[in-house]
Write a protein that binds this ligand. Structure first.
Ligand code: KG4
Ligand code: ZN
Length: 345
């Protein structure tokens, strides 16, 4: 079947057509199109996403990305089988734009509509793209541990099967990506901070500053990054303007190392504790190469293709497929956005 995915939960407007087949046992996905319009430049001057501005941009950009995404197949209006849209979690002004757009489409085209959880989309991005051979290695291995690390979320989940999640831990303050963004701002590296820190860190010494590894010694699976950010701030303030130039890369590398070590240690411990068959890492921070290189051990660790680590509608189409297979149906009149939608029981 062909699924139209629509994503507007934060500052990326995206529409995608995905061909899905194989059912629960051997799911196979082919991305026909995946158009993402990023507002990152617009929000950069404010140092973060401004919800009202983001919603306005979604209204403007949705018809454009839809047209571009849909035109890859002939007579798309007749040939899509399902519309899948992000209903949460996210910024409510942004979500509302996508949800209402999808509802209107479902009504006018008379197609089934499903609302999906943005985080579930991130998880399935692990199975997107690649040759059949590569995908075979990625295929459903349950139970799994999922680490979702993005600008808004840091979640550690136990995934028993499709749509069956138990939350083990989350961040108690800043999300991992948010910490990257804030530390980048402290160091004067711009927004979004993740890629900027990673670039700067590649020239620095990760052992130069002994930064804390927050909550690493506790039994809890929760994370906390705000203290680490403050530690960076104090260190930075203690350096003279002359010293700063020479230490910026060391501080970026030391910070990145502290975040990566904490994420890897907790995720690996959860994987051992629960005896899972796979670890699936997703979300914007999963693009980080240092994070990708730092998992050791026998349990297979999956990452999405780098281009699909940040928000996109292809992953939303996939999540819709599994919900559809499970028999979920909602009438377009009833679908609602929910900024705080939870993923777990
Ligand atoms: O998943 P995403 O696009 O949006 C949310 O759902 O939040 O993630 C964006 C986040 C930003 O905080 C950004 O700084 C971070 O992902 N990020 C990275 C890297 N690329 C993006 N963090 C660390 N290293 C990267 N290479
Ligand atoms: Zn996201």
């Amino acid at each position: 079947m062909v699924i139209l995915g629509i994503e507007t939960s934060c500052d990326e407007t995206s529409a995608s057509l995905v061909h899905a087949s194989g059912g629960f046992e051997k799911p196979h996905f082919r991305i026909l199109s995946n158009i993402v319009s990023s507002q990152v430049k617009l929000h950069a001057k404010y140092g973060g996403v401004v919800p009202q501005l983001a919603a306005r941009e979604h209204v403007k950009n949705l018809p454009i990305v839809l047209r571009e995404a849909a035109n890859v197949i002939r007579a798309w209006k007749q040939n899509i089988d399902l519309i899948s849209v992000t209903v949460g979690p996210g910024l409510i002004p942004s979500l509302l734009v996508g949800v209402h757009f999808a509802k209107s489409l479902a009504y006018t085209l008379q197609r089934p509509l499903l609302g999906v959880n943005h985080l579930e989309g991130h998880i399935y991005s692990n199975w997107l793209q690649g040759t059949r051979e590569a995908l075979r290695n990625r295929l459903p291995r349950f139970p799994a541990i999922c680490l979702i690390v993005s600008g808004g979320h840091t979640e550690l989940l136990y995934m028993q099967g499709y749509s069956d999640y138990r939350r083990l831990g989350e961040t108690r303050d800043d999300a991992a990506g948010e910490a990257f963004d804030k530390v980048a701002r402290i160091l004067g590296l711009g927004f979004p901070g993740g890629p900027a820190i990673e670039r700067m860190a590649s020239r620095g010494n990760a052992q130069a500053f002994p930064l804390p590894r927050p909550m690493l010694q506790t039994k809890s699976y929760d994370f906390s990054f705000s203290g680490l950010k403050t530690a960076v701030l104090y260190l930075w303030q203690s350096l003279s303007p002359k010293e700063r130039g020479g230490r910026q890369a060391d501080l970026a590398a030391s910070f990145q190392e502290a975040v990566v070590e904490t994420l890897v240690a907790k995720t690996s411990r959860a994987a051992r504790d629960f005896g899972v068959r796979a670890i699936m890492v997703s979300g914007g921070v999963s693009a980080n190469q240092r994070l990708r290189n730092s998992f050791k051990g026998k349990i297979p660790v999956l990452f999405p293709p780098k281009a699909l680590t940040t928000d996109n509608a292809a992953m939303i189409a996939m999540a819709g497929y599994f919900r559809y297979l499970a028999g979920e149906r909602v009438s377009w009149e009833k679908l609602e956005a929910n900024a705080n939608l939870a993923i777990s029981r």
